[in-house]
Write a protein that binds this ligand. Structure first.
Ligand code: HEM
Ligand SMILES: *[C@@H]1O[C@H](CO)[C@@H](O)[C@H](O)[C@H]1NC(C)=O
Ligand SMILES: *[C@@H]1O[C@H](CO)[C@@H](O)[C@H](O)[C@H]1NC(C)=O
Length: 353
């Protein structure tokens, strides 16, 4: 059991202030009215808490309040000017954070460049010729290093840039938990296995997200990230030619710029949300109800299956979608961060120190 020290310490404090007294009270009364079983189950409860606390870490929204109080004011204008220059970059930054968190946790592993003796995640199947926004991250890091040298991690920059992008494109705001450190490793193989495929069915998506500790509801809400950005023909060809659960006019429209022949027009782009590709809204779910989801993995969420009702809820209430999306983004940001003395604070997000 890889319990970290802080996890142990906070648990110890918690136990001594709350549980131990109860258990000892029980102990003293054991001989009289309380049963031995009650005493035992009290400690079993503590043991369960201990086991459930293995992912304990202490990300905090005010992590940089004294070490880099201006971090948000430094990052946001850089994200804003990038999105002003190219709207799609907001989508690209949101996706970078997702692709980071699903591979060994939110540790900026996705940002590491390949070198002669280091293979990173950038050329793994789901990432190769697809993930983008690295120069925006470089620019942010440059500004942040000027303001607070050696303090703010690239992993936290990804989390803040993803949130800022969502806000700038009209989505919900939330306080980002911080204190992640940067990895000294990356995993090409986990980038290939952990990231969900656009050809995935609903059970595949459920299992990919549950492996990360994310619920069915988190999965459906986070898929709403596809309310912005674009996909390549290679990612949706199967859906527009082979699937039945698709509006036929929509399929024809998409086929016009995505030839059936594999290898032909593979990199041609189409918006994930045909209505408002640069606005973070709930149109993605309305499209699904109209059978106009771009990816196979989008449309499986509305296919006479268990996700239909959530899709309908989000399609009819922006407020509910935003609130579930925020909850799920915070949960995703909590996936296995490096804290304490683990990892490092990179100087350049592309390189291990
Ligand atoms: C549910 C499982 C998911 C699958 C199967 C999936 C798959 C994909 C694929 C295939 C693309 C297009 C890539 C390309 O063709 O270059 C894409 C784009 C995108 N994804 Fe997802 N994704 C999923 C979940 C998410 C989540 C959880 C988020 C964030 C909350 C997200 C955010 C995005 C964004 C914003 C884009 C557009 C990026 C751009 O335009 O640069 N996706 N996704
Ligand atoms: C990534 O894409 C490039 C360019 O299309 C290709 O040459 C390369 O083989 C791909 N890398 C991997 C690991 O598939
Ligand atoms: C979903 O996909 C997986 C892997 O591709 C496959 O093994 C499984 O049978 C599929 N499940 C359903 C319900 O179609």
């Amino acid at each position: 059991m890889a319990l970290n020290f802080l996890g142990f310490y906070s648990l110890y404090k918690y136990m001594s202030s709350n549980f131990i007294p109860h258990c000892s009270t029980l102990f003293t009364k054991m001989a009289s009215s309380y049963s031995f079983m009650a005493f035992v189950s009290c400690y079993i409860l503590i043991l369960l808490l201990l086991l459930g606390n293995t992912s304990a870490h202490n990300l905090k929204t005010n992590y940089y309040s004294s070490s880099c109080p201006n971090v948000f004011q430094v990052i946001k204008p850089v994200v804003k000017s990038a999105i002003f220059g190219e709207k799609r970059l907001g989508a690209s930054l949101l996706r970078l954070f997702f692709h980071d968190c699903f591979v060994n946790g939110c540790d900026a592993s996705v940002l590491l460049d390949d070198t002669a003796n280091f293979k990173g995640e950038k050329t793994a199947g789901p990432n190769n010729n697809s993930i983008r926004g690295f120069s925006v991250i470089d620019k942010i890091k440059l500004h942040v290093e000027k303001a607070c040298p050696g303090v703010v991690s690239c992993a936290d920059i990804l989390a803040i840039a993803a949130r800022d992008s969502v806000v700038i494109l009209g989505g919900p705001n939330w306080e980002v938990k911080l204190g992640r450190r940067d990895s000294r490793t990356a995993s090409f193989s986990k980038a290939n296995t952990n990231l969900p495929s656009p050809a995935s069915n609903l059970s595949g998506l459920i299992s990919d997200f549950s492996s990360q500790g994310l619920s069915f509801k988190d999965m459906v809400a986070l898929s709403g990230g596809h309310t912005i950005g674009k996909a390549r023909c290679i990612s949706f060809r199967g859906h527009i030619y082979n699937d039945k659960n698709i509006n036929s006019n929509f399929a024809k429209e998409r086929q016009a710029k995505c030839p059936k022949q594999v290898g032909s027009g593979d990199f041609n782009l189409a918006p994930l949300d045909l209505q408002t590709p640069n606005l973070f809204d709930n149109k993605y779910y309305k499209n699904l109800i109209n059978h106009k989801g771009l990816l196979h993995s989008d449309q499986v969420l509305f296919n006479n299956g268990p996700a239909d009702s959530l899709v309908k809820t989000y399609a009819s209430s922006t407020t509910t979608f935003f609130s579930h999306f925020v909850t799920a983004m915070i949960k995703m940001g909590d996936i296995k961060p490096l804290t304490g003395s683990k990892g490092e604070i990179r100087k350049n997000c592309r390189k291990i120190i």
